[in-house]
Ligand binder design. Structure first.
Ligand code: CFM
Length: 535
């Protein structure tokens, strides 16, 4: 594709060589249906303006942060805390007498002397204070970069505090530099939750159509809309990992009969480990999109294979669909035929393609910030992924079969048969799910974003706060798909209408034609550039 060649040609040789492996056009040079390869989960080139976050963001910000009945202490300078504070992950509901600390930010507020002389004492005091004031059920400690650099032993502090206060105190060595992006932090959080939290409630009950929802973080209330639909059908949701989730629920999550995986990237480790340890299969689902939600609900019903449940599923699908049909059709009429680019973290660029399709908007570019090759190419390439030094940094937790709690809902034969019909234990990946001709880019940067916008002329560029305003100054509507621009929910049936409304409103706004970007108004500075030489 011309624009890709242009982008690559403007790079220095070394950058060009690397970036070349991170982009492709679906189906190009692959007409006979071959598998396309993309490089991912590697270091961003120094000097490139990436949208990625850090390992701490993935651990504390994404996976641990939404667990509302735990206190999450950040051991580090206050800036790191501010960055990972609740904001759009603070949607939690509680019943009377339950604990919710989502709106607090707990930090040790490390200062220069703590970096010089060590911060362990300060951390001990912070835990003491938190226990005395809030009496939480459990505490997490997340390490930020300086903690790892000076060598504070947060595990020792956590062990000591756990003995002293009699509650679980879990230390996460998720220093920002632990990986090439937030993805490393997801893995670190998954490992410890699996080791020290999930399965600890020996009296947990998994009767009925019990499920967990993994990789759903309740952004904009998505988890609530998903829960509403599932409860209506008759499922028993044991836990949500981790949106509006609790420590308490996680301890009994091992009893579920099926795990649904919404965001594959952030939680596939737990999904895999649960299957190995307890026999619970996982199913890749997508609640983003009307058609996607309907398909997902039917897939879940197929797994449980119960006559009444299947009938109820169809009844609810019909009822919900009827209630939104007209609104969806109206919005579709307003935006049909428009083109979108999607660039989000590690799963939404795939999920949102389906919702956009519902309203007639096609995706012409899709990319992830920090996904791995399996999120692009599908899980069957996992054995071919080369483990590099950066990935080796993070422990591959080995779990063993828990003989006492290991149960199979399906016989191995039933499992194999069903696997041919629904994505049981499988994720096909972004490339396979995209239409031919879609540009697929990993770790897109600002320079490339501008180039692609100029060449592809999308009507919508869905991304995040780091490039939203740069895009809008170019006269293109930009929708944040991380925070939803504080709108939502966008999941399920009712959420789809919210999304369609927001997109129709954005695309049809006359504003974009009126925008004159600052670089067209402000003249470049004139004058001779000093080049050195004689004075
Ligand atoms: Fe999963 Fe997420 Fe995402 Fe993600 Fe994120 Fe996120 Fe995201 Mo922002 S867990 S990968 S690390 S769906 S915070 S709720 S929106 S980049 S696409």
């Amino acid at each position: 594709m011309k624009v890709i060649d242009e982008i690559l040609e403007s790079y220095p040789a070394k950058v060009m060589k690397s970036r070349k492996t991170h982009m492709l056009v679906k189906g190009e040079g692959c007409e006979s249906g071959c598998k396309q390869k993309i490089e991912a989960n590697t270091r961003t080139m120094p000097g490139v303006m990436t949208n990625r976050g850090c390992a701490y963001a993935g651990c504390k910000g994404v996976v641990l942060g939404p667990l509302k009945d735990m206190i999450h202490i950040v051991h580090g300078p206050i800036g790191c805390s501010y960055y990972a504070w609740g904001t759009r992950r603070n949607k939690g509901r509680i019943n009377k007498d339950e604990q919710n600390f989502l709106n607090y930010a707990f930090s040790t507020d490390m200062q220069d002397p703590d970096v010089v002389f060590g911060g362990e004492k300060k951390l001990e005091l912070a835990i003491k204070e938190a226990v005395e004031i809030f009496k939480p059920k459990a505490i997490t400690i997340s390490a930020t970069c300086p903690v790892g650099l000076i060598g504070d032993d947060i595990n020792a502090v956590a062990d000591k505090a756990q003995k002293e206060y009699g509650i679980p105190v879990l230390a996460f060595s998720c220093e920002g530099y632990k990986g090439v992006s937030q993805s490393a932090g997801h893995h670190i959080a998954n490992n410890k939750l699996m080791k020290d939290v999930i399965g600890k409630n020996k009296d947990a009950n998994g009767d009925g159509f019990s499920i967990n929802i993994l990789g759903e973080y309740n952004i904009g209330g998505d988890g609530w809309e998903i829960g509403r639909i599932l409860n209506k059908i008759g499922y028993k949701v044991l836990s949500i990992m981790t949106g509006d989730g609790t420590f308490e629920e996680l301890t009994g999550a091992h009893k579920a009969k099926l795990n649904l995986v919404q965001c594959h990237r952030s939680i596939n480790y737990i999904a895999e480990m649960l299957e190995k340890k307890y026999g619970t299969p996982w199913l890749k689902v997508n609640f983003i999109g009307v058609e996607a939600t309907i398909r997902t609900l039917r897939d879940i019903a197929l797994y449980f294979n119960d006559k009444d449940l299947t009938l109820k599923t169809e009844e609810i699908i019909k009822e919900e669909f009827e209630s939104i049909k007209e609104d969806m059709a109206n919005y579709k009429e307003m935006v049909q035929g428009k083109k979108a680019c999607l660039f989000v973290g590690g799963s939404r660029s795939d999920h949102y393609q389906e919702l956009l399709k519902d309203i007639g908007v096609s995706t012409i570019l899709a990319g992830f910030e920090f996904a791995h090759r399996d999120d692009y190419e599908g899980r069957d390439i996992i054995p071919d992924i080369k483990i590099d030094a950066d990935s080796r940094n993070i422990e591959e937790l080995e779990v063993e079969k828990d003989e006492k709690n290991y149960t199979l809902y399906l016989t191995p034969e039933q499992y194999d048969e069903l696997k041919t019909k629904i994505p049981l234990g499988n994720y096909e990946g972004l490339i396979n799910l995209s239409e031919d001709g879609t540009v697929i880019v990993d770790d897109l940067n600002h320079f490339e974003t501008e180039k692609f916008i100029n060449a592809l002329k999308p009507d919508l560029f869905a991304s995040g706060i780091k490039d939203k305003y740069m895009i809008q100054k170019m006269g293109v509507f930009s929708k944040q798909l991380h925070s939803y621009d504080y709108s939502g929910p966008y999941a399920g049936f009712k959420g789809a209408v919210n999304f369609a409304r927001d997109i129709a409103m954005g695309i049809t706004s006359p504003t974009w034609k009126l925008v004159t970007p600052p670089w067209k108004v402000v003249k470049p500075l004139n004058g001779t550039v000093a080049v050195g030489g004689e004075v």
